[in-house]
Write a protein that binds this ligand. Structure first.
Ligand SMILES: *Cc1c(COP(=O)(O)O)cnc(C)c1O
Length: 451
């Protein structure tokens, strides 16, 4: 038997609480205020349910991410992923902090332009870009990330008719050791599609190939996958330089870093197990710095991080509608928060904390939403103190994807407020009304009267 190599032990602070032999401790603290505002007052002023976004947290999370990358790599640029949360106020906080815009549809592209983002700072991703969208993007000198060859041929044609040199990158998909591979977007690295696309672009002479892009997955728990992705894009960059004497300006590694949420089925809370910005920055910058770029030729590193930058900044406040017992005796609590506005409850065990003080007794509880739908479950099983009708709760880490994927279903979507850095609340999206909904509908004349 050979002698095992010595490995230095690592001491790591657990923030979610130590598990004991029965599982995780259930010592929850009440959360009566958010950034200095009382939850009860916010609900009184703006209704329940209510989305609350903390500007302080957005800015501090982005600063943390920037610091992690900028201390390890000299040239870093963040681009805000619109589909993660495209409320105008939220986008503009990111733009004020220097983030570019990353969009995946004509609608999102127009939104960024309407907010005043310079065309040159808009990254246009995704498989669906109409001729009209591409025309706009070419005229505005935006960064078009080509997804498939049909798009490439359209851009070749448009370059001719518009007499412009479009600025393009290709999206590359690849094996990073995390399966299943996301190979439906862009061009594959291993089977040579990506190199084919690069050659077609270079020989067309019609466009400026300025970057290489990948977005390998979402809620990725493996920093090393990013190291592999960065090395593969670096290989392509160097091959381009060798064959065409052409210099790539940026390598864009997309998004996909996990937030502090807990995936369903995890034993420990995400806050203790998910890798941090530092872990990803280390893997990516090491791969780029160790590849064969000359010192003065290091490409700009672009990151399109979405969920990791916004999840923790938003809370969803709700109120207890009722308590009842299931046929098996389990305690069921019904909230006024449904899965129609909390889409991510299908993937995450969202932390729920009462907004008021409570006694020491807790009980395993199933938390339901208000919809008349069996799937409307916010938490299947969580240890909660006894809540009464009218009590308030705070649901944590809801900033990513809920405010874009929410749907008007059975009930109307609620108000969204932003608490600014001076702890002042602002209404940033008004709750829907029946009029809003009816304004989009038309009734044929013969159906107007029902009697
Ligand atoms: C959705 C998306 C992102 C953001 O992903 P997160 O997992 O939220 O970080 C970034 N880039 C592209 C191309 C995307 O489609």
């Amino acid at each position: 038997m050979s002698k095992l190599r010595y490995e230095r032990p690592v001491i790591k602070k657990l923030e979610g609480g130590m598990p004991n032999k029965f599982g995780l401790r259930s010592e929850i603290q009440p959360m009566p205020t958010i950034d200095g505002n009382s939850v009860a007052n916010l609900i009184q002023d703006y209704g329940s349910p209510l989305f609350v976004i903390s500007e302080k947290t957005i800015r501090s999370t982005l600063k943390k991410a920037k610091k992690a990358f900028e201390t390890q790599y000299p040239r870093v640029q963040f681009a805000w992923s619109y589909k993660t949360n495209y409320l105008n106020a939220v986008c503009n906080i990111f733009h004020q902090e220097g983030s570019w815009a990353e969009v995946v549809s004509g609608f999102e592209y127009d939104k960024a332009i309407a907010l005043g983002v310079s065309g040159k700072k808009i990254i246009f991703n995704g498989p669906e870009k109409s001729v009209e969208d591409l025309t706009k993007a070419i005229q505005n000198d935006s960064l078009i990330h080509i997804d498939h060859l049909d798009e490439f041929y359209t851009i070749v044609e448009l370059a001719g008719t518009l007499k412009k040199r479009p600025r393009v990158a290709i999206r590359v998909n690849m094996d990073t050791g995390v399966y299943p591979i996301w190979d439906r977007f862009g061009f594959n690295y291993e089977n040579g599609q990506a190199w084919d696309a690069i050659n077609k672009i270079m020989h067309s002479g019609k466009m400026e190939l300025i970057g290489l892009h990948c977005h390998i997955g979402t809620f990725m728990l493996s920093p090393s996958a990013y190291g592999i992705a960065a090395s593969k894009l670096a290989e392509l960059t160097l091959a381009l330089e060798q064959k065409f004497n052409h210099e790539i300006k940026y390598i864009d590694l997309g998004g996909g870093f996990p937030s502090r949420n807990t995936l369903k089925g995890s034993y420990l809370p995400g806050i203790d197990t998910n890798p941090t910005f530092d872990d990803f920055a280390e893997a990516i910058s090491t791969a780029l710095l160790n590849s064969n770029f000359r010192k003065d030729k290091l490409p700009l590193l672009i990151l399109e991080t979405g969920r990791a930058l916004i999840d923790e900044a938003a809370y969803l406040l709700g109120s207890v509608i009722a308590n009842k017992r299931s046929s098996t005796g389990r305690r069921n609590t019904i909230l006024d928060v449904g899965v129609n506005i909390l889409f991510t409850s299908f993937w995450y065990d969202h932390k729920i904390t009462p907004a008021q003080s409570f006694s020491q007794y807790t009980e395993e509880t199933c938390v339901y939403g208000p919809l008349c739908m069996n799937i409307d479950v916010i938490r299947e099983n969580t240890e909660l103190p006894l809540l009464n009708r009218g009590d308030h709760v705070v649901i944590h880490n809801v900033g990513a994807y809920n405010l874009t994927q929410w749907m008007q279903f059975i009930s109307l979507r609620p108000n969204v407020i932003l608490i600014d850095t001076n702890e002042k609340p602002h209404l940033i999206r008004e709750r829907e009304t029946l009029d809003n909904m009816n304004n989009m509908e038309k009734i044929p004349d013969y159906l107007v009267k029902i009697n």
